[in-house]
Design a protein around this ligand. Structure first.
Ligand SMILES: *[C@@H]1O[C@H](CO)[C@@H](O)[C@H](O)[C@H]1NC(C)=O
Ligand SMILES: *[C@@H]1O[C@H](CO)[C@@H](O)[C@H](O)[C@H]1NC(C)=O
Length: 946
């Protein structure tokens, strides 16, 4: 640390940093989906992953325990998707970022950044090698997980992407969007070869059935549309004859859903409407899911019911059709048909293939669902409900009319509705949180729930001295007293007509004061009375002693710690101060333009700080009621304010999602605690000042912890500026690739602070290389001039630190350190004057066979991006020429090595197979393909049974 900093610290008060220490109270957030995951080979259907603010929580639903937290950084989780092997999970965030976590250790090593707004869907390919993401920014990006880089960006949709499906067998992608279109993409050529325009509203979900030969789409109505996919084989004319197509063009409205969207000439495949499955719900589809083998189909809309369908296999359908046919034949016979009666015709309908199994009602509106089938045919369903609850159900699919059994429910570790009041016990150990329906007491160190008790809608709360009872003030004007040992409600007292907004413990600890919407402040004394029920035990009650009548609704009441004064905030935007003993008026604090929603008085009864809906905080002297300073505090209403015990520092909580700390003597903003994703309603500071708990509309409670780290205000401001810069970068225009048209496919990735930093590092490295080369050049010239060897010039200390490497080698080291997913964008922001040096360096690397793969990747990218400038530069022609010959020969060498290795591996495979008589999967999939082909042929053949 330099002298200035020491001076600064010596001269100013020492502020200590508070940091986030935990997120709790949230079971699952609405923004992201729910997904079954497997943990360390544990049983299927036992663990679910849900978004919990910026984290992902993995719950063991059987034990109702949180077993793993995948820690995010800042932005909310918006989508999650487990990898096909179950070892990883890809998580998408509000800012468009994607990270891949290991489910073994909860760590994340891979991250992708390419979307400009929230990730709305993620899919893995079957091998888990590629990831495709869709976003609210309307783009779809395909990522290479192995090389950790973006492959291409698919542009074309006009609204948020809602679902993505891989058609593995043909390397195709299907995407659906709120823009009502379903698009088909050829991943070999990265272009959209087909757009289905038949849906007139948002397409909310899609699934594939019958080995990728049938597509089901869900939109804003109760119809699930089924589409048959037929692959067109090269050079063969399959499907409907030509005249059929002309007919559909002329057909009425109903038909245009099927016909009009076809491209002039159909390539690759045709997709025709095969019918529809009707849901019972009439609203839009929210989730449409299948199990891994697509044997069951489940969906739900905006309400509490989900519907389950079974998808019959080809054999089952065939059996059913045979039965029907027999029946029909019998009927014609019994009707006495003779020889001339034609054979009965039984038509195969979609209904025969997809059958409704059950309608199941959950406890609350469903936000998201996932399902899986376990080997015994049981279906397991996980539901994320709208009120911070997870439920699981099982269903016996083999039964005729199965009923769903609720198997578990996660409700304990969170509230159903927002927490409006918080309190710390006097020993700093327990935390109280109360919402619209329950009050909970938590162990601060373990964050376990100690007690959950039903209550009325709570607005304010406190621990009774001794920490054995708690008191709540409710929206209906009642005081509720609970006993913690027994977890029971001791009494409910009518206190105010209308909301009881505020409550404060008397400093002498003998009673409380309450203020309410009935324009009164009431004083209450604690008393112990004989319990009528149990006879001899005494219990706590409150006795009304005095009333202070006011002209306006009371929003907030506070005693001065010396108990001499009482501050009362009123709806008319003033705060009035009264003498506690006589209830005589003392002072009025004028100045706020909107009502004061929160206030607090410092420990020495010298200062009063007020926070208002007008977004300002004012600090006043309590002796004369003079306003010391007014400060713009939050971008929205200031909801809560509290002094840190024994200091003149205080915290405010705002509807702008932020918590801020202030110095009431120096009028300084000290620090901002960011983390909540919605309005912060309230906070509580522990009596020793070491902990803060806060609650928000995002359903989370957050614990913050005071550290020993001092805050230097200048540094803090600098950091804030940097954060702002980063934000502006992230929001900035995505780089347009020079020389490349803004087409459907663009390189994926976007400018971030990391890519800018990486580019800067490359620039610095090249500059170092230039300097060192110059030095060597001079040295050589000097040697020549004197005609003998001179001692070599001193090397740059950086090169020494890297182990005496050459300057050119150093540049390569720097490039190697750039994160793979950021390489292209970093090169893109590199100014052109550095490019010629890089090309020369690349030539050297290729000649020496250093990192040929990486170098080629950079080389080709730079050539593409700067093609115009490079080709018009005479000086570079020889370099390029050399590069061409060298690169071709080197790449050829590598190819030969790869070919040799591959042949070697195949040889080993054959050896092992012949020894152990097992077949490796490559061949097994071949056979599977063969089977599929046969099955498809059969399907076509049995469409009509006569
Ligand atoms: C919220 O969830 C609970 C389950 O804990 C359920 O019983 C209740 O009915 C739900 N309430 C609302 C308003 O949806
Ligand atoms: C909270 O948890 C800690 C650690 O398990 C325990 O020592 C303490 O007694 C608990 N406190 C309460 C109030 O339950």
């Amino acid at each position: 640390m330099n002298v200035n900093l020491w001076l600064a610290m010596g001269l100013t008060k020492q502020y200590l940093r508070y940091v986030s220490s935990a997120v709790f109270g949230v079971i699952g957030n609405q923004k992201a989906n729910i997904a079954f995951v497997t943990l360390r080979g544990g049983e299927k259907g036992r663990y679910v992953a849900v978004g919990a603010c910026e984290h992902v929580f993995i719950w063991d639903v059987r034990k109702a325990e949180k077993v793993l937290i995948l820690e995010g950084k800042k932005h909310e989780v918006t989508y999650l998707c487990p990898s096909p092997d179950g070892v990883h999970i890809a998580v998408g965030y509000e800012d468009g970022g994607v990270r891949i976590f290991s489910l073994l250790n909860g760590e994340s090593n891979i991250s992708f950044s390419g979307h400009k707004s929230a990730v709305s869907v993620i899919k893995y390919d079957a091998l888990g090698a590629r990831l495709v993401t869709g976003s609210r920014d309307t783009d779809v990006i395909v990522w290479d997980i192995i090389n950790e880089c973006g492959l291409y960006r698919l542009k074309g949709h006009k609204d948020a992407i809602t679902q993505i499906l891989f058609l593995e067998s043909k390397n195709l992608l299907i995407t659906s969007s709120k823009d009502s279109f379903v698009k088909w993409w050829d991943l070999d050529t990265q272009h959209c070869f087909k757009t289905m325009v038949g849906h007139r509203t948002e397409v909310w979900g899609m699934v594939l059935l019958n080995q990728e030969s049938r597509l089901i789409t869900g939109s804003a109505d109760s119809e699930l549309r089924a589409w048959d996919i037929q692959y067109i084989e090269e050079g063969k004319e399959v499907g409907e004859p030509q005249e059929k197509k002309v007919r559909t063009l002329l057909e009425n409205e109903e038909e245009d859903e099927e016909g009009l969207d076809e491209e002039p000439e159909e390539r690759i495949l045709s997709c025709k409407k095969a019918g529809s499955v009707l849901r019972e719900a009439r609203d839009r589809v929210v989730s449409l899911v299948t199990d891994a083998k697509a044997k069951v189909l489940a969906c739900h809309g905006l309400d509490a019911t989900f519907e389950v369908f079974t998808v019959l296999s080809e054999e089952e359908v065939q059996k059913k059709m045979d039965k029907k046919l027999k029946k029909a034949k019998k009927k014609t016979k019994s009707q006495g048909g003779g020889e001339d009666v034609p054979e009965p015709v039984v038509e195969r309908k979609l209904k025969d293939e997809i059958q409704k199994l059950a309608n199941i009602k959950a406890s609350s509106k469903i936000r998201s669902m996932d399902c899986l089938l376990v080997p015994n045919g049981e279906m397991k369903v996980a539901l994320l409900l709208q009120n911070n609850t997870v439920e699981t159900y099982t269903l016996k699919t083999s039964e005729k009319n199965p009923t769903g059994t609720k198997t578990s429910r996660l409700t304990l570790s969170g509230h159903r509705t927002d927490v409006r009041t918080l309190a710390f016990s006097s020993d700093n150990i327990a935390i109280l949180s109360a919402s619209g329906e329950t009050v909970k007491v938590w162990n601060r160190s373990t964050l376990q729930v100690i007690r959950t008790m039903g209550c009325e809608y709570a607005l304010c709360s406190l621990f009774v001295p001794g920490d054995r009872q708690i008191i709540l003030g409710t929206k209906s004007g009642k005081i509720q007293i609970f006993d913690l040992a027994s977890g029971s409600l001791l009494e409910t007292t009518d206190a105010h007509v209308g909301a009881l907004w505020s409550m404060c413990l008397a400093p002498d600890q003998r009673g409380i004061v309450t203020g309410g919407a009935d324009k009164t402040v009431k004083f209450w004394d604690f008393e112990l009375i004989k319990d009528q029920d149990s006879g001899k035990n005494k219990r706590l009650t409150v006795k009304h002693t005095r009333t202070l009548q006011l002209d306006e609704d009371v929003l907030c009441v506070r005693y001065s710690p010396d108990q001499r004064l009482l501050a009362v905030s009123l709806l008319d935007c003033t705060v009035k101060i009264f003498y506690t003993d006589t209830l005589k008026f003392f002072l009025s604090l004028y100045g706020h333009k909107l009502p004061v929603l929160c206030l607090d008085i410092s420990h020495d009864s010298a200062l009063i700080a007020t926070g208002s809906a007008d977004r300002n905080v004012k600090i006043w002297g309590l002796d004369f009621g003079d306003c010391h300073r007014s400060m713009f505090a939050h971008d929205d209403s200031v909801m809560f304010l509290q002094f840190v015990p024994k200091t003149h520092l205080f915290f405010t909580a705002g509807k702008d999602r932020k918590i801020k700390q202030w110095d009431a003597d120096k009028f300084e903003h000290i620090q901002t605690l960011e983390g909540h994703h919605r309005e912060v309603w309230c906070l509580a500071i522990s009596p020793n000042g070491d902990h803060i708990v806060s609650s928000s509309h995002d359903k989370s409670l957050r614990l913050w912890e005071r550290t020993r780290e001092p805050i230097i205000l200048e540094e803090e401001k600098e950091m804030e500026r940097e954060a702002e810069f980063e934000e502006s970068l992230a929001k900035g225009d995505e780089p347009v690739v020079p020389g490349e048209a803004k087409g459907e496919a663009e390189p994926a990735g976007k400018k971030t602070i990391e890519t800018v930093k990486a580019a800067e590092q490359i620039m610095e490295a090249i500059e170092l290389y230039r300097e060192e080369s110059e030095k060597l050049e001079e040295h050589r010239a000097a040697c020549k001039a004197v005609g003998k060897e001179l001692p070599p010039p001193k090397m740059n200390p950086i090169l020494v630190a890297f182990g005496n490497i050459s300057p050119s080698r150093y540049v390569l080291e720097v490039i190697k350190k750039v994160r793979s997913s950021e390489l292209e964008v970093s090169l893109l922001v590199l100014p052109f004057p550095y490019v010629p040096d890089l090309l020369k360096l690349f030539n050297g690397y290729v000649q020496q066979g250093l990192e040929v793969e990486l170098v080629c990747r950079c080389l080709f990218f730079l050539l593409r991006v700067h093609f115009g400038q490079i080709s018009s530069n005479q000086m570079l022609l020889s370099v390029i020429d050399e590069l061409r010959t060298n690169t071709i020969s080197k790449v050829r060498e590598i190819r030969d090595v790869l070919g040799f290795n591959s042949a070697g591996l195949q040889f080993l495979q054959r050896e092992i197979e012949s020894k152990e008589d097992v077949m490796f999967f490559a061949d097994a999939t071949d056979r599977f393909e063969e089977k599929k082909r046969k099955r498809r042929k059969r399907e076509r053949a049995v469409l009509t049974v006569t």
